[in-house]
Design a protein around this ligand. Sequence first.
Ligand code: NDP
Ligand code: AKG
Ligand code: MG
Length: 733
Amino acid sequence: MAKSETPDIIYTQVDEAPELASHSLLPIIRSFATAADLTIEMRNISLAGRVLSQFPDYLTDAQKVNDDLAELGKIVKQPEANVIKLPNISASQPQLDATIKELQGQGYKIPDYPYEPASDEEKDIKARYDAVKGSAVNPVLREGNSDRRAAKAVKNYAKANPHSMGDWSSDSPTHVASMPGDDFFANEKSATITAEQAGGAKIVFLADDGNQKTLKDGLSYEEGTVVDATYMSAASLRAFIKSEIESMEPGVLFSVHLKATMMKVSDPIIFGHFVSVYLEDFISKHRAKLDELGWTPNAGIGSLESKIAGNGELEADLKEALAKRPPMYMVDSDKGISNLHVPSDVIIDASMPAVIRAGGIGWGPDGKAAPTKCCIPDNSYAPVYDETINYFKENGKLDVTTCGAVSNVGLMAQKAEEYGSHPTTFEIPASGKVRIVLDNGDILHEHSVEKGDIWRSATAKKAPILDWIQLGITRTKATGKAAFWLDENRAHDAELIKYVEPALKEAGIEIPIMAPREATRFTLETMVAGEDCVTITGNVLRDYLTDLFPILELGTSAKMLSIVKLMNGGGLFETGAGGSAPKHVQQLVEENHLRWDSLGEFCALGESLKFLSDARGNARAKVLGEAVEDATQKVLENGNSPERKVGQNDNRTSHYWFARYWAEALAAQGDDAALAEHFKPIAAAMAEKQDVIVEELMADQGKPADIGGYYHPDEEKTSSVMRPSATLNAIIA
Ligand SMILES: NC(=O)C1=CN([C@@H]2O[C@H](COP(=O)(O)OP(=O)(O)OC[C@H]3O[C@@H](n4cnc5c(N)ncnc54)[C@H](OP(=O)(O)O)[C@@H]3O)[C@@H](O)[C@H]2O)C=CC1
Ligand SMILES: O=C(O)CCC(=O)C(=O)O
Ligand SMILES: [Mg+2]
């Protein structure tokens, strides 16, 4: 389809479970939208799409893929933007390698990833691949601040139908371990750019041996931008890891929780330190051989295992080395996949809530549940999990039938804070000094660093900060209790507080400002008392808290409303607060059951239609949107959401019910007679053919499913797996 100037709705093509779900849901949405004269277009932001878009010169004309991400990055700055954004893979290096291999196997002649680029050509290839790695999508599209909350119907459903929660005991050995100092928290410096300082800047490294290197040139700071710089000492990190491993109590699992995906430079390096300290003796014994094999600890134990496969001596030594260490928290104990296998398997925002919801439990190599030491090296946000664990140890598990709702307003726009810091994060090559030097000659920040330290700078711009404070005030007025999660003793937060305090004064509202630990307890106490509470936070806590509280309250973050009011007037509607659920794909391929819940998509669709109606006065979008809300509520109330096991309702059956309730609501409404007439026979056919449709949807469950690829599945095969009901397909055609 030719791409029009401004489609009414842009839907995103992504990866893994949500992309599978789209193959079933999108034809339904297209059919209903077309009936209401709305245009829907797709943009491909999948990992495979991002990779292919970088290498047109290596591909045939038929294989070339447009750089949709760059295009979307421009669209979200336009007032007419209306984008439904599904979760995509923020790729770790092993995921990128696997994607390249899969695409090459499908006949795309893209180059290998050059780990040690020698020529200019290889440097160029590496730069292109590095651009699609990590959180390459979200910071580009999130041109607005974040408003994440549960719709009333979703919260009420969770209260009435409580999910399972593990019991907490007061003497649980599960705990959070963080560095005693010399981390990003302790070393942070921050300043707000004055009128005299506004303009260009660069980051310079002055080695102790007199050599000087510009790490980053061409930076530009507007007046009012909060600019931070900090570093984590590699030596202190390694000493911390060693001491935590050595002080392990028997029966406790060792784990580390990082964001090696979104923090694409810093956290993969931290992950590598964990791997290399855990396997210290093995690595020092076999260093020459491991170098020859091209293995780096940052790639994890999974990559090590595949590189040494068939080498009996190394395999035996690795087994022995692992056996000497404390047992690890496992990602998949049946398959022997540990926390240190792949940097993207354990991602803190989802992994810590899972441990906490289970009652302080992880799974060990023997497949048995056990308490866990959770290493979160940096102290900036670790206190949130520490305090949550303390709270449940003191008070027992959360009663989800009575607790209030915790929502979040997050400072996110324009690559705010750490999540925009990849281009200004560096692993330091030698001892020396790192400086941010402004064009006016000021040295904004300076740190003395050692070889291996991880230095990074992050920024938050004035307009997004002011917008975030106002959004926080608005949500507080609509909700009741709230707090700004800012620590006056943290350099960056102290700068933000200088914006928050006068804005609150001017608005004539009192909202407490609390450090994360204190704010965690305040929020837990408020919710346990049955009251709703808003957490007004920076970007990282936005991410962490919008998994933590929903996973505790609702059992999942997939059902969150996730609205990004774009700064230039458009709307970006994210589908829930979770990710792309890789485990769900495994289950579909093995037994043709997809437990992915599209409630986040239903909610985002409703909001996107509401935006069309409110912002563009589209009356038919209003009718369609109200019917979506009705249908979403019925899916919940009637228990039509996917269940976990083969033979039960899955994603496809839930889409049938959603489509049916949507059609019924449209047929029943009185605002648009033509739409009602259009949908009456559709609703009637769906009801009449219910048994045959459900039978067709379920017929192949239990058998393996072939989708022709993982990162780049085959369109036709995936559609045929995801749309197995000829009867339903004919009705919505
Ligand atoms: N907005 C975005 O683009 C985001 C992208 N990501 C990306 O997602 C990937 C996976 O991240 P991960 O940390 O594993 O987190 P996920 O949220 O994807 O998955 C963790 C678990 O949450 C549950 N879950 C999440 N969404 C749903 C849903 N819609 N329906 C049912 N269950 C759901 C599943 O539990 P169970 O297995 O018990 O069913 C799943 O295994 C990574 O590549 C990451 O980069 C992550 C977060 C946000
Ligand atoms: O972009 C990413 O890597 C993850 C984003 C995320 O987890 C979130 O916004 O909740
Ligand atoms: Mg998240």
